[in-house]
Design a protein around this ligand. Sequence first.
Ligand code: NAP
Length: 271
Amino acid sequence: MILDGKAVSAKIIDDLKIELAKKSTKPYLAVILVGDDPASRVYVRNKKKKAEYIGVRADIFEYPANVEESVILEKIDELNDNPEVTAILVQMPLPEHISKEKVICRISPQKDVDCFTPENVGRLTIGMEPYFYPATPQGVLMLLDAYDIPIEGKHAVVIGRSNIVGKPMAQMLLRRNATVTMCHSKTENLEDIIKTADIVVSAVGKKIVRCKMVDKKSVVIDIGIYRDSNGNLTGDVDFEEVEPVVEYITPVPGGVGPMTIASLMYNIVKS
Ligand code: NAP
């Protein structure tokens, strides 16, 4: 069965819109965008558009690539202190002369809808409630829940250990009582480990998961998204050969991508 992230996401977003329409106070999203990376511009514009669709006020604060670090840090201070602003996003990547760590640490954890700050990541790790869960892993769990796919007691293999995807994905699956194995580029016998998984979550950006690694009970979640040599959007899973074999699978595009947006909108409404 194909897990339809597009449909589940659309339903979540429409429910959020209805919920927000009933509220007397609205969230206010502030997005900081530095430089003119075309992909970042598209991401930021899409987030603003979606936020406005559900009734959120959203502003983008744009800076040239050569802006001084202090200007960005002062802007974050101002947004932290502004009681009207409920959610702050800083679009990554930042130019090299700006410290990503300093920027992340400056954001108020109560407005950190990306779950980037050490406080929120720490809370996630020690079993406390973070103010917000990270968008992509939360989106994956929302999708599994939408299809009533059990997580507790299952062996989940997470491939990829980035701070924004792989690591929090593993933490969140652990919190849901999965038995979690984390894999990365130095993992030996990756194929054998994937074969032992009930749930495979791949967040790499390369073709990793093939049909010989899965079976008819496998749940396969493909977070990866990149362009192949022909310029087509693709994921980490060989969809053509894996889809007929497994129980559940996410497509790329139309799987985890739209769920990430829905999950971010959920966080913004929560803010
Ligand atoms: P990243 O920071 O580049 O991390 C990639 C991870 O993959 C690293 O941990 C790396 O291991 C591991 N890796 C690389 N080659 C491997 C191999 N051959 N076998 C096993 N592991 C390998 O990337 P990211 O930001 O986490 O993103 C991963 C993918 O998800 C990308 O395609 C990205 O576009 C996509 N993504 C999608 C969404 C969405 O909403 N759908 C959101 C975020 C990201 P090391 O740590 O050892 O280097």
